[in-house]
Design a protein around this ligand. Structure first.
Ligand code: 13P
Ligand code: SF4
Length: 353
């Protein structure tokens, strides 16, 4: 496994982090009304990830946009007729929208919202790694820069990674995988494919602790454990369902359990509670009581998306995604392959129970 120590880089990015300030009810209502109007004025659609603030998710729903996992966000922006797409999420999601829709303007509340997986996989180091293994098919997770995608044969998200790797393995292809080592390990284990893994991780999911989860399971033996595969192996091992954000939401809706222990960003609770209002959701343990980690169960970059910066870009522009045309062409190919593959398999939100 190639090593890429990105702790310092992640700390540097977090030092710039600016979380939106709390708002009172009147201010929130005023901002929401202005955002709704500005979306119409700009012919814009709001595409939000499940980890963003509930106010943003609600606005996306109320204005005909979408709240989704990263695969559905890509599909939606590709199919919607609006001339401007506003992506509330992290930068790789905005870049994906721009790669798929070069003719559209793609805005984000802030371009500072990045991802530790993206930071931990610099394009030049990654290209050198690929050059050392020319016999391997390069599969990258969507949580990467456009430049890393441009070096890949395939892009995958957690919704479709397993199915795509399974099909490549059936073709006899050996795989070079980046950047998330935990998801890579999970896919390797479930498919048996020959995979060489980059050493990247998500600072949010890496905090989930199997010991604390054991204690919680003992307290609530009836609860189903839902785990995003960016979590460490010991936590994934304890799951009743492992899946992407959409797949975990689907599990809350369809499983008969009354209680769920959820190991992913707690922004997802808004949608889970909406689809299953009578079920009890419990956050999986992170570093324990009194811990001071900044990323415990909530992504610090997703948290940078707020109503004020959303309204600001809608009214004033700026924070626009731009990608060099040649780079875009090269990044489009592996992304298109993913979209074509998932469309042909009709892959949507089935969980891996
Ligand atoms: P999903 O594709 O499952 O929404 O995951 C995106 C992500 O960044 C999870 O941390
Ligand atoms: Fe990246 Fe983790 Fe945040 Fe998802 S939760 S955007 S993988 S840092």
């Amino acid at each position: 496994m190639i090593r890429s120590d990105n702790r310092i880089l992640v700390q540097e990015h977090l030092a710039h982090e600016a979380e939106p300030r709390p708002l009172n009810a009147d201010k929130r209502a005023e901002l929401e009304a202005r955002i709704k109007q500005a979306l119409k004025d700009r012919d814009a659609v709001l595409v939000a990830h499940y980890y963003t603030d509930s106010d943003i998710q609600r606005l996306a729903e109320e204005t005909g946009g979408c709240v989704a996992d990263s695969l559905e966000m890509a599909r939606f922006s590709n199919q919607h007729p609006a001339s401007t797409v506003v992506v509330a999420g992290v930068k790789f999601m905005g870049e994906t929208a721009k790669i798929l829709n070069p003719e559209k303007q793609v805005l984000m509340p802030t371009l500072e919202a990045t991802c530790s997986l993206d930071i931990g996989c610099p394009a030049d180091e990654f290209a050198a790694f690929c050059d050392q293994h020319p016999d391997r098919t390069v599969v990258v997770y969507a949580n990467t820069s456009a430049a890393v995608k441009a070096r890949a044969d395939w892009v995958v998200t957690s919704s479709c990674a397993q199915a795509i790797v399974e099909s490549l393995d059936a073709n006899g292809e050996k795989i070079l995988w980046a950047p998330d080592k935990h998801l890579g390990h999970y896919v390797q284990k479930t498919t048996g494919a020959d995979m060489l893994l980059w050493d990247g991780s998500c600072i949010v999911h890496e905090e989930f602790k199997s010991r604390g989860l054991e204690d919680l399971k003992a307290l609530y033996p009836d609860a189903a454990v839902l785990v995003h595969p960016e979590s460490p192996d010991a936590v994934v091992e304890m799951a009743d369902v492992v899946g992407s954000t959409s797949q975990l939401i689907n599990a809350v809706q369809t499983l008969p359990n009354e209680r769920f222990i959820v190991a992913t960003d707690n922004g997802i609770f808004y949608k889970m509670q909406q689809v299953a209002p009578n079920k009890t959701l419990i956050e999986a343990p992170t570093a324990g009581n009194g811990a001071t980690c900044r990323s415990c169960a909530h992504c610090p970059w997703m948290a940078m998306n707020g109503l004020e910066n959303l309204l600001y870009v809608l009214e004033n522009g700026g924070q626009e995604i731009t990608i060099d045309a040649d780079l875009r062409e090269r990044a489009l190919e592996p992304l298109r392959r993913m979209l074509d593959f998932t469309a042909s398999r009709n892959l949507k939100i089935a969980g891996n129970a």
